[in-house]
Write a protein that binds this ligand. Structure first.
Ligand SMILES: [Zn+2]
Length: 135
């Protein structure tokens, strides 16, 4: 399996760094984020080191999202969350991971990331740029 010796998540996979592991199989591992947005916030990662989502083989990526769905249902029940969200940020630790966050209607996180506004015809312009790449 591909590992990066300097990667903190690879060290968790190798059990060189302890983590509060909640799920593990032959290709994936999930553990509690030590800086949770809400308590019970977990990360799900492939055991192999991949930097970006686009680097993963489709079969492994599919497995991550299928397992995320399963874990989200379990988190919602176990923590009595109103809903659970999946987030991919990718700029904190350079080993692909998804965040699974228990959310509550009154947790105050409704707009927890900053947003920008489109000016004038920018909305259509960005739509045109992105649609053109799909042709
Ligand atoms: Zn890694």
């Amino acid at each position: 399996m591909t590992k990066n010796p300097d990667c903190i998540f690879c060290k968790i996979v190798k059990k060189e760094i302890s983590a509060e592991i909640i799920y593990e199989d032959d290709s994936l591992i999930s553990f509690l984020d030590i800086n949770p947005v809400n308590k019970g916030h977990i990360l799900l990662i492939p055991k192999e080191h991949y930097r970006w989502m686009t680097d993963l083989p489709d079969t492994l990526l599919s497995k991550i999202y299928t397992k995320s769905k399963y874990l989200m249902e379990k988190i919602k029940t176990a923590l009595k969350a109103d809903f659970v969200v999946l987030s991919v940020v990718g700029i904190d630790v350079p080993h692909f991971h998804v965040h699974l966050l228990p959310r509550y209607n009154d947790d105050g996180l409704a707009n927890f990331w900053p947003t920008k506004k489109y000016e004038n015809d920018e909305l259509k312009k960005y739509g045109d740029i992105l649609r053109a790449t799909l042709k």
